[in-house]
Design a protein around this ligand. Structure first.
Ligand code: ZN
Length: 370
C-alpha cells in the first residue's frame, strides 16, 4: 500500500457497481463471472468471517444471505457509507490488510475479492503472517484476485491490453502489485498454509489457503525440512522455493526427486557421475541454470534456474539432459585435477539412474501420494 488508496477508492465508489456489472469495456474481462466469483468465495468461507475491502458490500451481502457472521474492514470512508446503508447489521470498520482491529470473536475465515494486489509482495507476506496468528488450525483464507501463472503470462496480458488500446487497464496492470502463483504459494507455505487455486476468468483466480496443523515439531528455515518426506511419491519434479533479488530477478529452486525417500537411494559413484553429467550436459540446453547439485540423502538433486517458473520447461530440460546422459561415452571431468573424488565414479550406474527416471516421466508432475 505504497500509495493513497483511500482517495482512489473514494472516487471509484461512485462508479464501482457499474464497473463490476461489465459496463466498463476495459474491465469487462476482469469482472467476467463476477457473481459466480462472489458466490464461490461466500460458499467456501466458514463463519465467523473477517472480510477485507468490503467496498460497496457486494460480497458481504452474499455472506450474510448464506447465514455467515461477518466482520468487515474497509479503508474508504465513502465505500463504508454505501456499504453501511446496504447492510445495516454488519460491523464495518476502518482499516486494511496490514492494520485492523481484532474482531470480537475468533474468526474461521478471512475473505477478500479484488483487493490483495494492492499490497507489494513484501506486504502480502506480512499480512499472511498476521492472518496465520488470527486463524485457528483448519481456518482459511479465501481470496479472489488477479494473479498470473508466470511473469510471461503477465507480460502477454499487458501486450494484449496495449493492442486493444485499454489505457486505464494497462496502467493498472503496470502499477499494481499483481503477483504470480509460484510466489503466492511460497508466501502461503512459509506461513503454514496449504493453498489451492481455481481459475475464474482470464485475470482472476480463486485462492483457498488452509492453515495446516503442524506435524513437524517446529517451522524450519529450509523449505524441504518442512516437507513431509513420508507423503511424497518419487520420482517427481517440484518447485521447492523462489528467492527474489533487489532488481526483480528470481531464482527458482526445483526438487528433482529420483528415489523414494527412506526406501531407496542412489549409490555414491553413480550419483556422483550423474551429477557431473547433468551439470555439464544440461548447460547445452539452457543458459539460465544457476546450479544443479545432489541432495545429501542421495535421493535426488536440486536444480536452480534464473527467472524460470515454468514446470513444463523444467521437465523438458531434465528430459533432454537425461537423454544425453544415456548417450554419453564418458563422465566429464572425472580426474584428480577436475574433481575432488575421482576414484568414485560409475558411468553405467549413472545411465541406469537416468533410464529409471526417464521411464517414469509421465508421473513427474505427481508429487504426493494420491
Ligand atoms: Zn566430482
Amino acid at each position: 500500500m505504497e500509495k493513497d488508496f483511500r482517495s482512489f477508492f473514494d472516487e471509484w465508489s461512485k462508479s464501482y457497481d457499474t464497473t463490476v456489472n461489465g459496463e466498463d469495456e476495459e474491465y469487462r474481462e476482469v469482472f467476467a463471472k463476477y457473481d459466480t466469483i462472489l458466490n464461490e468465495v461466500a460458499d467456501r468461507a466458514s463463519s465467523p468471517v473477517l472480510e477485507f475491502g468490503v467496498g460497496t458490500g457486494n460480497l458481504t451481502e452474499r455472506l450474510e444471505r448464506k447465514g455467515k457472521h461477518v466482520f468487515g474492514v474497509e479503508p474508504s470512508r465513502e465505500m463504508r457509507i454505501i456499504a453501511r446503508k446496504k447492510l445495516p447489521n454488519i460491523d464495518i470498520r476502518d482499516g486494511h490488510f496490514l492494520q485492523f482491529d481484532s474482531p470480537s470473536e475468533k474468526v474461521h475465515s478471512i475473505v477478500s475479492t479484488y483487493a490483495f494486489h494492492h499490497l507489494t509482495d513484501g506486504e502480502k507476506e506480512r499480512a499472511i503472517k498476521h492472518f496465520a496468528h488470527v486463524l485457528p488450525y483448519g481456518g482459511k483464507i479465501v481470496f479472489a484476485d488477479t494473479v498470473f501463472e508466470s511473469e510471461e503470462a503477465k507480460n502477454e496480458i499487458q501486450e494484449c491490453a496495449k493492442k486493444k488500446g485499454y489505457k486505464r487497464l494497462l496502467k493498472d496492470l503496470q502499477t499494481e502489485y499483481y503477483t504470480t502463483l509460484p510466489i503466492l504459494t511460497e508466501l502461503m507455505a512459509k506461513n503454514g498454509f496449504q493453498v489451492k487455486y481455481k481459475k475464474m476468468n482470464d485475470f482472476v483466480w480463486l485462492i483457498e489457503a488452509v492453515k495446516e496443523e503442524k506435524k513437524m515439531s517446529k517451522k524450519m528455515n529450509v523449505e524441504s525440512f518442512n516437507l513431509d518426506h513420508t507423503k511424497v511419491d518419487a520420482p517427481y519434479v517440484r518447485l521447492a522455493g523462489a528467492v527474489k533479488g533487489g532488481h526483480g530477478d528470481i531464482v527458482y529452486k526445483y526438487d528433482l526427486r529420483f528415489k523414494q525417500p527412506n526406501k531407496e537411494h542412489m549409490e555414491m559413484p553413480s550419483l556422483h557421475s550423474l551429477e557431473h553429467l547433468m551439470a555439464e550436459l544440461s548447460r547445452n540446453h539452457a543458459e539460465h541454470i544457476v546450479d544443479i547439485s545432489p541432495m545429501g540423502c542421495q535421493t535426488g538433486f536440486y536444480l536452480s534456474l534464473l527467472n524460470d517458473d515454468s514446470l513444463d520447461n523444467v521437465h523438458d530440460l531434465v528430459e533432454k539432459t537425461l537423454r544425453d546422459v544415456l548417450k554419453a561415452n564418458e563422465v566429464p571431468a572425472c580426474n584428480e585435477v577436475q574433481c575432488g573424488w575421482a576414484a568414485s565414479h560409475s558411468l553405467e550406474g549413472a545411465k541406469e539412474l537416468a533410464s529409471d527416471m526417464l521411464a517414469k516421466k509421465d508421473k513427474w508432475h505427481i508429487v504426493f501420494q494420491q
